[in-house]
Write a protein that binds this ligand. Structure first.
Ligand code: HDE
Length: 694
C-alpha cells in the first residue's frame, strides 16, 4: 500500500483549481494531487486492485484501465515523410519593409516580432531514425502572424527531385525502405531509389545537391533553408511580384565529411537534436536571415529556364538576394509530442498579400498537407491544438468533428444569417487570390515544353563547386551506387552524368569499376553552359568562427591542469562550447592534484562529436591510451575528419600511434592562438593525405 501523505490545508494556486472547485486536491508541498482524467484523486499509483494479495486483478479497477488504455493509444501515425524532426520556438523580426510588393503585415511592419515555431527534419527515415544520414533536411517555419498563420514549408536544398506532384508517391516509395525487406532505413543508397532516379532525368539537378555535402550538415543551426517554389506577393493595388524565400544561417553553412557522418550515427543518434537543444538551452540562440528574390512576370519570361519548374534555381547573378529580416530560435518546446510531433505545417497557409504560383509541385502540395494531417492528427480540429492555433482571433461556422475543444455559443452556424449580431462575416480585407491570366492552351496531362531542360542547371551546380566539394560529390555517387545491386541501374545513372559533366561521369564510372562508359542518356535538350553560381558552394561560405562549435579536450590522470584551463578559456572566449573527455566519467586528478570530472567518457564521446580536439596527457597516460582503441580512434578520426588537433608533449605518443600527420591543423597545445585559428575551419588541404576520393 502506498503511504498516505498529509494533505496541505492551504488553498491551491488558482491555476491548480478545477473550475469552481476551491478544494481541489493537493498532494503536499507544491505538488498537485495525482488524479485520473476525470479528476478523481488517486491514492495508490503502484498497485492495481486485486481480489486477494495474490489473486486476479479486478476489471473494476478504473484507474488501471484508464491508465493502460491511454498508454495504448499514445502513438499517432508518424509523418509519411519528414517523420524525424526537431523544433523550437522563436520569433521573426522584419528589418526591411516589402510594402511596395505586399500587403502582408508580417512583411511590412519593420521591427514587429512575429512568433514562430520552426521544425527541422530528415525526409526518408522514421521518427526514431538517426539524425545524420545523407538526406535533404526539412526547414518548416510557422509564423503566427496577426493576419493568420503563414507556413513557409521549405527544405535546405533549393530545388526538388520532381516537377509534378503526381510523381511524389513514386519518389517517396522509391527512397523509403524497400517494401519486401523493410530496409534500408533512412538511406537513399539502394536499388529502388536509384532505379527511379535514373529513369527520371528531371531529378538530376537535385541529385547533384543531394550528393553534395549539403546533405550531411554539421548542425541544424548551420543549414540554409529555401521555400523552393516561386510564390507571389500582392500589394494593396493588387499588383503581383514573384518571390523566392531563402533562409541564411548566421553561423554560416557547415557540413560534416562522409566518414564522420557515418560514425556519428553510431556515436549519437540524436546528434542534431541534442546540438539544437544544447545551444538553445545554453542561451546560444540560432539565428537566420530571411532573404528574398523578387522578380516580375516580364523578367521571368527572360530567364533561360522556367521559374515555375521546381528543379531550377534562379541564380543570384540573375536576381540578387535582399535581406528583409531575421529569425531567432530562443525556446525549446516544453513537450516534444504536444508541440514538435503535433505541429502541422501546410504550404497553403498564407496571409493576405502572399499567393501561390502555378508551379505544379506547389499546386499538389497545397492539397496534400491538410489531407495527410486529417489522418495523422485524427480529425478536422487539429488547428485547435495550441501549437497549431493561430495567435490572432479566428472564427467561422465550421462545427463539430472529432476532438472539438471549443464550445461555440449561439444558434447561428451558417452564413448568410441575420439572427445573431456577433456571427463572423466576410471582410473586404480578406484573402485575395491573384487574377492570374489563364494561358490559351488546352486542358490535358501535359508537361510544359519549358520544363524539358534537365541537365543545364545540374551542370552549373557541379561546375560551380570547389575541387574538394566536387570530389565529395563524386565519392558520394560512388558510395550510393556501390550499394545498388543491379548493374544496369548503376550504368543508367552514369549515362545521365555524361550529360552533366564528362569528368564526373568518368570519375564515378572508375569508382564503380564499370567495364566501359555507357552511352549518354538520350535527351532532346542537351545541357547548355551557364555561368558559375558561387552561391551553391559551401567552401568559401562557411564562416571561419568558433561560435557555435564544440571543442573536445581529452585528458587523463596527471594531465597538465594549466594547459587545459588555458585552452578552455581561450576556446570559450572565442564562443565555442568546451567538453572534457576522459577514460572514466569521474575524471582524474590533474597535475595540480585536483580532481577534474569529465563531461563524457571516452568510449561514448568519440571525436566525431566535436569540431576540433585538444589532447593533453601525461607521458604515462599516453602510453596507456596508446593501447586503447577508443583513444587511438579519437585522434585518428579527428585527423581523418580534417579537424584541428592541439596536443602537448605527453600526448605525442598517442598521436604517433594514431598515425596523425603534421600540417597547419596539428598544433602545440601551448599555442592556444594557433589552435583557435585552426579550429575555426576544416583542414581541406589535408584531405588527399587521408583518403582517396573518386
Ligand atoms: Fe512535403 N510533405 N511534399 N515537401 N514537406 C509533408 O505533410 C508533399 C515537398 C516538407 O516539419 C507531409 O504534415 C508533396 C517539397 C517539409 O512537419 C506531406 C510534395 C518541400 C515537411 C507532404 C512534397 C517539402 C513536409 C508529410 C510534392 C520543400 C515536414 C507530413 C508535391 C519545399 C513538415 C505532413 C514538418 C511534409 C507532401 C514536396 C517540404 C505528405 C505531395 C518540394 C519540410 O503532406
Amino acid at each position: 500500500m502506498a503511504t498516505s501523505k498529509p494533505r496541505s490545508k492551504s488553498a491551491p494556486p488558482a491555476d491548480l483549481r478545477g473550475e469552481g472547485d476551491e478544494l481541489h486536491q493537493r498532494a503536499g508541498g507544491t505538488h498537485p494531487a495525482l488524479t485520473t482524467n476525470q479528476g478523481i484523486p488517486v491514492a495508490d499509483n503502484q498497485n492495481s486492485l486485486r481480489d486477494t494479495p495474490r489473486g486476479p486483478t479486478l476489471l473494476e479497477d478504473f484507474i488501471l484501465r484508464e491508465k493502460i488504455t491511454h498508454f495504448d493509444h499514445e502513438r499517432i501515425p508518424e509523418r509519411i515523410v519528414h517523420a524525424r524532426g526537431s523544433a523550437a520556438h522563436g520569433y521573426f523580426e522584419l528589418t526591411r519593409s516589402l510594402q511596395d510588393y505586399t500587403r502582408a503585415r508580417v512583411l511590412t511592419e519593420v521591427g514587429v516580432r512575429t512568433p514562430v515555431f520552426t521544425r527541422f527534419s530528415t525526409v526518408a527515415g522514421g521518427a526514431g531514425s538517426v539524425d545524420t544520414p545523407r538526406d535533404v533536411r526539412g526547414f518548416a517555419v510557422k509564423f503566427y502572424t496577426r493576419e493568420g498563420n503563414w507556413d513557409l514549408v521549405g527544405n535546405n536544398i533549393p530545388v526538388f527531385f520532381i516537377q509534378d506532384a503526381i510523381k511524389f508517391p513514386d519518389l517517396i516509395h522509391a527512397v523509403k525502405m524497400e517494401p519486401d525487406r523493410a530496409f534500408p532505413q533512412a538511406a537513399s543508397a539502394h536499388d529502388t531509389f536509384w532505379d527511379f532516379i535514373s529513369l527520371m532525368p528531371e531529378s538530376m539537378h537535385m541529385v547533384m545537391w543531394a550528393m553534395s555535402d549539403r546533405a550531411i550538415p554539421r548542425s541544424l543551426r548551420m543549414i540554409e533553408g529555401f521555400g523552393i517554389h516561386s510564390f507571389r506577393l500582392l500589394n494593396d493595388e493588387g499588383e503581383s511580384t514573384f518571390v523566392k524565400f531563402h533562409w541564411r544561417p548566421k553561423l554560416g553553412i557547415q557540413s560534416t565529411v562522409w566518414d564522420e557522418a557515418v560514425k556519428l550515427q553510431g556515436a549519437d543518434n540524436d546528434f542534431h537534436r541534442r546540438d539544437l537543444f544544447e545551444a538553445i538551452t545554453a542561451g546560444d540562440f540560432p539565428e537566420w536571415e530571411l532573404a528574398v528574390q523578387l522578380f516580375t512576370e516580364e523578367e521571368a519570361e527572360g530567364f533561360p529556364f522556367d521559374h515555375l519548374d521546381p528543379t531550377k534555381i534562379i541564380p543570384e547573378s540573375l536576381v540578387p538576394l535582399t535581406v528583409i529580416g531575421r529569425m531567432v530560435l530562443d525556446r525549446w518546446p516544453d513537450n516534444f509530442f504536444a508541440e514538435t510531433e503535433q505541429v502541422a505545417y501546410c504550404p497553403a497557409n498564407v496571409p493576405p498579400g502572399i499567393d501561390f504560383s502555378n508551379d505544379p509541385l506547389l499546386q499538389g502540395r497545397l492539397f496534400s498537407y491538410l489531407d495527410t494531417q486529417l489522418s495523422r492528427l485524427g480529425g478536422p480540429n487539429f488547428h485547435q491544438i495550441p501549437v497549431n492555433a493561430p495567435k490572432c482571433p479566428f472564427a467561422n461556422h465550421q462545427r463539430d468533428g472529432h476532438m472539438q475543444m471549443n464550445i461555440p455559443k449561439g444558434r447561428v452556424a451558417y452564413d448568410p444569417s441575420s439572427l445573431q449580431g456577433d456571427s463572423p462575416r466576410e471582410t473586404a480585407d480578406g484573402f485575395p487570390s491573384h487574377a492570374t491570366p489563364a494561358d490559351d492552351g488546352r486542358k490535358g496531362r501535359v508537361r510544359a515544353a519549358s520544363f524539358t531542360d534537365h541537365y543545364s542547371q545540374a551542370r552549373m551546380f557541379f561546375r560551380s563547386l570547389e575541387a574538394p566539394e566536387q570530389a565529395h560529390l563524386a565519392s558520394a555517387l560512388v558510395f550510393e551506387l556501390s550499394k545498388v545491386e543491379t548493374a544496369a541501374v548503376r550504368e543508367r545513372t552514369v549515362s545521365h552524368l555524361r550529360n552533366i559533366d564528362e569528368s564526373l561521369a568518368k570519375r564515378v564510372a572508375d569508382g564503380l569499376a564499370l567495364p566501359a562508359l555507357p552511352d549518354p542518356a538520350p535527351t532532346a535538350t542537351p545541357a547548355k553552359d551557364m555561368p558559375k553560381a558561387p552561391e551553391v558552394r559551401i567552401i568559401g561560405r562557411t564562416k571561419d568562427l568558433l561560435k557555435g562549435r564544440c571543442v573536445g579536450i581529452l585528458f587523463d590522470e596527471g594531465s597538465d591542469a594549466g594547459l587545459i584551463a588555458n585552452l578552455r578559456k581561450a576556446a570559450e572566449k572565442a564562443g565555442a562550447t568546451v567538453k572534457l573527455v576522459a577514460p572514466k566519467v569521474g575524471g582524474g586528478k590533474l597535475s595540480d592534484g585536483k580532481l577534474q570530472p569529465a563531461d563524457g567518457q571516452l568510449a561514448g564521446t568519440p571525436s566525431v562529436v566535436f569540431d576540433a580536439v585538444a589532447i593533453v596527457l601525461s607521458a604515462d597516460a599516453a602510453k596507456r591510451l596508446s593501447k586503447e582503441s577508443a583513444a587511438i580512434d579519437f585522434a585518428a578520426d579527428a585527423w581523418a575528419h580534417l579537424k584541428a588537433i592541439a596536443a602537448d608533449e605527453g600526448a605525442q605518443l598517442l598521436l604517433k600511434t594514431a598515425r596523425v600527420g603534421k600540417d597547419n591543423g596539428v598544433v602545440e597545445a601551448e599555442d592556444a592562438k594557433a589552435f583557435l585559428a585552426a579550429a575555426a575551419t576544416r583542414q581541406w588541404a589535408r584531405e588527399p593525405k587521408v583518403r582517396t576520393l573518386a
